[in-house]
Design a protein around this ligand. Structure first.
Ligand SMILES: *Cc1c(COP(=O)(O)O)cnc(C)c1O
Length: 228
């Protein structure tokens, strides 16, 4: 049986190879271990192998794990799932990053609900790149408006953009989606030079994402195995 530690090592090797193929340094690309639906023991296995950044998608489940793993104080928690209004307080209270802010209403709630005394919440704006009706993410045309709102929120720090494009095994198609997000990132950075995070690429498509400039890949299945 392949262990989580071994899978993590392979994931880092895959990132290094993809970076090399694009004449980039592997150190420019952060690996977020996506642990949704997986038990705390699996996160601990990854932690003991040096992993510190974890991504979760379901607020209730995530908060249970954040609580269970409270002794591991250097874990950096990212919320990456859709945010319902009635769950925004959980996200504001328990996470270091949120990657799925896609509307002004949610940004304002997170800003209000972020506990005083905690560092500002790091925010990525989720963009609906392949424009599927059912997908979350703001329309690319709304991005600058949303960014302006976040930039005025004292308890939020704008860090960049995230997208989950339509799933495809076609490399050229993957690349095309990721280049669209890269264009959004560059446009945002022209206005907000301090932003530094372009979150794109999952188990199926990190090579194309890294070729298009990703600075953070989000890997679940390849580290923790299939979700049931
Ligand atoms: C589940 C999820 C991932 C990880 O996907 P895998 O295909 O399992 O690597 C990445 N990003 C988001 C936003 C997710 O919800």
């Amino acid at each position: 049986m392949v262990t989580i530690a071994e899978r993590l090592t392979s994931a880092y090797a895959r990132i290094a190879q993809a970076a090399k193929n694009s004449q980039r340094s592997e150190h420019e690309i952060c690996l977020l271990a996506v642990s949704k639906t997986k038990p705390a023991a699996d996160l601990i296995a990854a932690y003991q192998h040096g992993q510190r950044q974890f991504g979760e998608s379901y607020a209730q489940e995530a908060v249970e794990k954040v609580t269970q793993l409270a002794q591991y104080k250097d874990i950096i928690w990212h919320f990456i799932g859709p945010i319902q209004s009635n769950k925004s307080a959980l996200v504001a209270e328990h996470f270091d990053w949120v990657q799925s802010v896609d509307r002004i209403k949610i940004a304002k709630r997170l800003n209000t609900q972020r506990p005083t005394g905690k560092a500002p919440l790091n925010v990525l704006l989720q963009v609906n790149i392949s424009l599927e009706d059912a997908k979350s993410g703001c329309h690319p045309d709304e991005l600058m408006n949303l960014a302006e709102c976040v930039s005025h929120c004292d308890n939020l720090t704008l860090r960049g953009v995230m997208a989950i494009p339509a799933k495809t095994d076609n490399y050229q198609q993957q690349l095309q989606y990721f280049e669209q997000l890269r264009t959004c990132f560059d446009k945002l950075k022209a206005q907000y030079p301090q932003i530094d995070t372009l979150s794109m690429g999952m188990s199926n498509d990190i090579e194309a994402a890294i070729a298009a400039g990703s600075t953070m890949v989000r890997i679940g299945t390849d580290i923790f195995g299939q979700r049931t």
